[in-house]
Design a protein around this ligand. Structure first.
Ligand SMILES: C[C@@]1(CC(=O)O)C2=NC(=C\c3[nH]c(c(CCC(=O)O)c3CC(=O)O)Cc3[nH]c(c(CC(=O)O)c3CCC(=O)O)/C=C3\N/C(=C\2)[C@@H](CCC(=O)O)[C@]3(C)CC(=O)O)/[C@H]1CCC(=O)O
Ligand SMILES: NC(=O)c1ccc[n+]([C@@H]2O[C@H](COP(=O)([O-])OP(=O)(O)OC[C@H]3O[C@@H](n4cnc5c(N)ncnc54)[C@H](O)[C@@H]3O)[C@@H](O)[C@H]2O)c1
Length: 220
């Protein structure tokens, strides 16, 4: 399995099954996509949060049987279908219908042994624009979660570093610094203890540190 970061803004995710797992997936995807959850009953927290965040999550009360899932896919036109009911036959039908329509599918009730087009939702941790995704290839979701908790502290401050080094890279490029020198300067900035420490004290401190690192490379 190859990890990809998929921009789902303006896309629709269809979640079939609105229990605890369906709620977790729906709320995760609703950070970016429009989400439609179809289920005969909904997790209480999902109902609460859906009411708070408004139009990006739509809850539709229905219990589609296996044979009617393709109609739901036609009607909702999703980019991704999440199969999260507690009925394996309905989950299997959602998977088959999604794959038939060339739509991605996340089967939440099975691990390993996936068909092409089937995706795993990883555990993720973010700091600003930096986002780390962890998968065990479906083998151990509990381990994914434990590793996510560990990695969280590891990437603290990485978001600010991404912003700063991105801006510096653009500034060097505009100033006409040749690409090889620019790459070397930015590589040193992102590895510099001084710049990481500076970021904890504030942006201007980090900028001064970064400029010192860059000058050493540019003035060589
Ligand atoms: C990472 C995370 C993302 C998310 O869902 O948001 C996620 N599961 C999470 C938690 C979690 N899930 C389960 C437990 C209980 C402990 C345990 O059983 O291990 C815990 C731990 C907990 O809750 O602490 C139970 C479970 N999960 C699956 C099955 C079916 C099966 O194994 O057959 C069963 C057994 C059900 C049963 O038998 O009843 C299946 C999948 N779960 C996946 C993702 C995919 C593989 C990811 C990978 O490659 O590692 C995959 C394959 C499909 C998918 O859903 O994409 C999220 C952590 C979020 C976070 O906190 O960071
Ligand atoms: N991927 C994961 O992380 C993970 C974690 C725990 C469990 N699971 C698996 O995911 C499945 C769901 O777990 P859960 O804890 O959310 O169960 P749950 O019982 O809380 O939720 C199941 C939901 O499916 C709905 N449903 C039933 N028939 C339906 C139909 N025909 N159409 C639409 N919705 C229907 C129910 O009303 C309920 O809301 C289980 O099969 C479980 O084995 C996956």
């Amino acid at each position: 399995m190859i990890p990809l970061y998929h921009d789902l803004s303006e896309e629709t995710v269809l979640v079939v099954g609105g229990g605890a797992v369906g709620r977790r997936k729906a709320l995760g995807f609703a950070e970016e996509a429009r989400v439609v959850v179809v289920s005969p009953a909904f997790d209480d927290r999902l109902i609460e949060v859906a009411a708070e965040i408004g139009s990006s999550i739509e809850l539709i009360r229905a219990a589609p049987q296996a044979e009617s899932i393709p109609e739901w896919i036609d009607r909702v036109a999703p980019t991704l279908v999440v199969a999260s009911t507690d009925d394996p036959a309905v989950n299997a039908a959602a998977e088959a219908a999604a794959l038939d329509s060339g739509v991605l599918v996340n089967r939440t009730d099975v691990s390993g042994g996936r068909d092409p087009g089937s995706v795993v939702v990883p555990a993720t941790v973010a700091d600003g624009p930096v986002r780390v995704a962890i998968s065990t290839g479906g083998r151990s979701p509990a381990l994914s979660r434990a590793l996510r908790e560990r990695i969280g502290s590891e990437i603290e401050g990485a978001g600010a570093m991404a912003e700063l080094s991105g801006e510096l890279r653009e500034a060097l490029s505009k100033a006409g610094v040749d690409p090889e020198t620019r790459r070397e300067a930015i590589r040193r900035v992102v590895r510099s203890e001084g710049v990481w420490k500076g970021l904890q004290k504030g942006r201007s401190k980090a900028r001064i540190e970064a400029n010192n690192v860059i000058e050493e490379v540019v003035d060589r």
